[in-house]
Design a protein around this ligand. Structure first.
Ligand code: ADP
Ligand code: MG
Length: 353
């Protein structure tokens, strides 16, 4: 396989808090290859955002990267200077966050912000060319009347439109990688689907690889090529999207699917994973998932031995001691991209939403 664009290896991130040391990311490794969409999924607090912030060089006190490496296009971002990182952020790596109001400047027009983003990274671009490009970008992301919208402030945009503006800014400099952290979580369900479709179009247009962070498996089904499942700061399973949905080999992944709202079957009961994620101050020994695990059932090995990721198939790995027991057990969730359509004409992936 070609060189990965991004290779995270044994990343460890900790936060010093009043109560003690929080290990938010614990020996996480994964790769992103050119053009692919990697979905990073897990319940809230599993370390998804901290992983992304590490790549962007945005971990600040009381946090620090305690170990591992982050290789991006052949260089280690951990040792990059702040100046280099400023060139990476918004340049080679585009960023989309959950709340556009924190990313957009409220006292600057949307157009001026896109122009600024363009000229910061493309010094030789004239003001007129940047303006023209900014209007094109707004049009590309489906903002109506882009010429007028160019001169408006973020508060004059609706939530969905602001998210589109942020996507326009993220792709402005043709990034090779986009990091989208819960890009649709703050939006109405109907707007979510539109923005996701747009994100896919923009991503394909730019040919950018994407790390798509979400707690929502429906979003993963819609967009991801590959899936990395995180729990309590660790990667517990990874594989291609088809495999993860049709043949998951970690009970946590199976549990996430069980707690997926709006399953295709109308009225199917919602089965959240019992319990809640552990405190990262004092995580359980052995497998961090064992207290909530239906497979573990108090087995000694789960309580004492930390599982490592082991290959369970081609490009498929699980960190469960008893992954064998899940072989051939279908989770009963529609598989994305299987091609079947519902009566409304949507795809199965859409039905998952
Ligand atoms: P998520 O998967 O929801 O994106 P995060 O990556 O934001 O989770 O956070 C993972 C964990 O890291 C949190 O549960 C928290 O314990 C810890 N953490 C994150 N940011 C901080 C911080 N600024 N100070 C202390 N702990 C933090
Ligand atoms: Mg997060």
């Amino acid at each position: 396989m070609a060189e990965p664009l991004l290779a995270i290896e044994d990343l460890a991130v900790e936060f010093r808090t009043e109560d003690g040391l929080v290990r938010a990311v614990d020996r996480v490794s994964y790769e992103v290859h050119p053009g692919e969409v990697v979905g990073l999924v897990g319940e809230s607090g599993s370390g998804k955002s901290v992983t992304a912030m590490s790549v962007l060089g945005l971990i600040r006190q009381p946090g620090r990267i305690a170990g591992g490496s982050i290789r991006f296009r052949g260089r280690d971002l951990r040792t990059a200077s702040e100046r280099e990182m400023r060139a990476v952020r918004g340049g080679e790596i585009g960023m989309i966050f959950q709340d556009p109001m924190t990313a957009l400047n409220p006292v600057m027009t949307v157009g001026a912000q896109i122009v600024e983003a363009l000229r910061l990274h493309q010094r030789r671009m004239s003001g007129a060319a940047a303006r023209k490009r900014a209007v094109e970008l707004l049009s590309l992301v489906g903002v109506p009347n882009p010429d007028t919208r160019f001169g408006q402030y973020p508060h004059e945009y609706s939530g969905g439109m602001r998210q589109r503006a942020m996507i326009a800014m993220a792709i402005a400099n043709d990034p090779v990688l986009i990091i989208a952290d819960e890009p649709t979580t703050a939006l109405d369900v109907t707007i979510q689907a539109q923005v996701l479709r747009l994100l896919r179009t923009a991503q394909r247009e730019a040919g950018s690889a994407t790390i798509l962070i979400t707690h929502d498996l429906g979003v993963i089904a819609e967009l991801a090529d590959r899936v990395v499942v995180m729990y309590a700061g660790r990667v517990v399973e990874h594989g291609d999207v088809h495999t993860i949905f049709s043949a998951p080999r970690h009970p946590y992944t199976v549990g996430l699917m069980g707690s997926l709202p709006n399953l295709a079957e109308q009225g199917a009961p919602l089965r959240p994973i019992p319990g809640s994620p552990p405190s990262l101050l004092d995580p359980p020994g052995g497998c961090p998932f064992h207290p909530r695990c239906t497979l573990s059932q108090g087995r000694q090995r789960c309580r004492v031995e930390r599982p490592t990721l082991i290959a369970v198939g081609a490009a498929h790995a699980s960190a469960c001691h008893f992954h064998d027991e899940l072989a051939g057990v279908a989770p009963g969730v529609p598989v994305p991209g299987a091609g079947a359509t519902d009566p409304a004409g949507g795809t199965e992936a859409e039905a998952l939403r």
